[in-house]
Write a protein that binds this ligand. Structure first.
Ligand SMILES: [Zn+2]
Length: 123
């Protein structure tokens, strides 16, 4: 599936979640409809902490498939870590990193290999 956009509601929900979780890291998986990221899937019982991006991968039920992911970097560095780059390919093709202070422009989308990519925000 080719992801080309995210809905504004989904993006602002992600920014709010990242903000409310600060200074801990927040992770969510994203579901797309017609190429638009439009839904957030938080698995029940997910424990969020600074290492959640790597712990998280062990908690995904087999057979679930996702369009992408979103997670926060409380240190404000909007760049994928080595752990992120090994995490991305397992969960779809479009991965958002949201950085402190979680304002409307404090995020970037990356492709599965960690390269920055464009992502349209739909009204
Ligand atoms: Zn990260």
């Amino acid at each position: 599936m080719n992801i080309h956009a995210i809905s504004r509601d989904t993006l602002s929900t992600l920014l709010e979640m990242a903000k409310s979780q600060h200074p801990l890291e927040f992770v969510a998986l994203l579901i797309a409809e017609d190429g638009v990221l439009s839904d957030i899937n938080l698995l029940p019982g997910t424990r969020l902490d600074e290492r959640s991006a790597s712990i998280f991968t062990d908690m995904i039920p087999l057979g679930m498939s996702f369009a992408g992911s979103a997670h926060s970097h409380p240190n404000g560095v909007i760049h994928p870590s080595d752990a992120d780059i090994s995490f991305f390919p397992r969960f779809g093709s479009c991965h958002l990193i949201i950085g402190y202070p979680y304002g409307p422009d404090d995020w970037q989308a990356f492709s599965r290999d960690g390269t920055p990519r464009g992502l349209e925000v739909l009204p």
